[in-house]
Design a protein around this ligand. Structure first.
Ligand code: FAD
Length: 387
């Protein structure tokens, strides 16, 4: 596997073990069928509990059965999962960074005890409902409302583009609480079997096909007082979850690019044209050289992020830079790998075009490339170009 500047040498035994466990799981359990799932538009749901047993959901958290591994180990895990398919990494990202993290950071003791062990083991599936039909890049405009009633809250609204909603047991729903002191955003744990909840699947996707995506429709859904996340108010709630998930994406995208590179490199040495392997042509070698260089630079950025996160110094803007750069890099390099495979490159027999298509989603979700440009622009100039 590509590791041009010898990063392997700095890994601890635990980090290598976690990476190798994920690599082996992917090779044996997922890779053989991933193209079929991609074509069918399904996720291998039978693997969800096994992924839990292997510690793939938020292993970087502390307590409630979570092993509290290093941030680098967590990143390496995301890299191996996305080297197989962005849909596989999305499963682990959503369950861990977008569902377990907010319960861990902002939940009550009762919520943590009820949900964290079960989510960590993959006995239940969670989803994260922020985006709405009219509010994607501007989540502070969300219209989903929570009103107090005698026993708790009544929720009304609609979420869309929600990873895993059709297969989820519980949704973290971000809604505005109608109250005398404004409409602060609050997080609610909504069991999907409650009266008034619907989670229709979005069928027409051409990207991220091996991942289930849907909506969450809330029609007078009653939840008890104990279902609101007590320790966070305002956009800090959802945005801090997104920082966690974007960190994993910055690592994961490198995995997708690495798999494209390895596939293209192997093809170059095996495919003969004009009486020998196409790898002997300078144009092909230049493409491999550029790919290896771009992947290595993105890898270094991800490793640096891990060190900053480990010591508590990581700023969301630095995560924006890495998400923005590494996903664009992976998207560009997947396309180069695809072209290096000629006609075979457009089939599901090889991974680059599947990665390329998945990366269109990764480029768009968790803050589009443009939005991360604006976050960086504000950080660099002190002038906000958006609200
Ligand atoms: P829009 O916000 O309408 O943007 C359209 C275009 O306008 C983009 O190119 C954007 O960059 C650009 N644009 C918008 N505002 C500006 C600006 N101020 N300046 C310059 N350009 C701008 N959401 C969840 O809550 N939970 C999930 O689990 C989840 N999973 C997803 C899974 C998939 C497969 C997909 C596709 C999306 C998922 N999302 C999820 C939603 C995702 O986060 C949104 O699609 C994303 O935030 C963009 O919102 P939008 O699609 O409404 O695009």
């Amino acid at each position: 596997m590509l590791d041009y500047v010898g990063l392997e040498a700095d890994l601890s035994a635990e980090e290598k073990l976690i990476r190798d466990t994920a690599r082996e799981f992917v090779a044996e359990e997922v890779a053989p069928d991933i193209a079929d799932h991609y074509e069918a538009g399904t996720f291998p749901t039978d693997l969800i509990p096994e992924m839990g047993e292997l510690g793939f959901y938020a292993p970087n958290l502390e307590g409630y059965g979570s092993p509290n591994v290093s941030e680098r180990a967590y990143g390496l895990l995301m890299q191996e999962l996305e080297a197989c398919d962005s849909g596989l990494r999305s499963m682990a990202s959503v369950q861990g960074a977008l569902v377990m993290y907010p319960i861990h950071a902002f939940g009550s003791d009762a919520q943590k005890e009820e949900w964290l062990p079960a989510l960590g083991q993959g006995e239940v599936v969670g989803c994260f409902g922020l985006t709405e039909p009219e509010h994607g890049s501007n989540p502070s405009g969300i219209e989903t409302r929570a009103e107090r009633d005698a026993d708790g809250f009544v929720l009304n609204g609609e979420k869309t583009w929600i990873t895993n909603s059709p297969i989820a047991d519980v949704a973290v729903v971000w809604a505005k609480l109608t109250s005398d002191d404004g409409s602060p955003v609050r997080g609610f744990l909504v069991e999907t079997d409650r009266d008034g909840v619907k989670t229709p699947k979005i069928e027409e996707k051409l990207s991220m096909r091996a991942s289930v995506t849907g909506g969450i429709v809330l029609d007078d859904v009653r939840v008890p007082e104990g279902n609101v996340l007590p320790d966070v108010t305002g956009m800090k709630g959802p945005l801090s979850c997104l920082t966690q998930a974007r960190y994993g994406i910055a690592w994961g995208a490198v995995g997708a690019a690495r798999d494209c590179f390895e596939t293209a490199r192997e093809y170059q040495t095996e495919r003969d044209q004009f009486g020998g392997p196409i790898a002997r042509f300078q144009i092909q070698q230049e493409k491999l050289a550029e790919m290896a260089t771009q992947i290595t630079l993105a890898q270094l950025l991800a490793y640096r992020l891990a060190d900053l996160k480990e010591r508590g110094d990581l700023r969301p803007q630095q995560v924006s830079m890495a998400k923005r750069n590494n996903v664009r890099m992976a998207r560009d390099q997947a396309r180069v790998a695809r072209e290096m495979l000629g006609g075979n490159g457009i089939t599901t027999d090889y991974s680059p075009m599947r990665h390329m298509s998945n990366l269109e989603t990764v480029y768009t979700y968790e803050g589009t490339h443009d939005i991360h440009s604006l976050i960086l622009g504000e950080d660099l100039t002190g002038i906000a170009a958006f609200e």
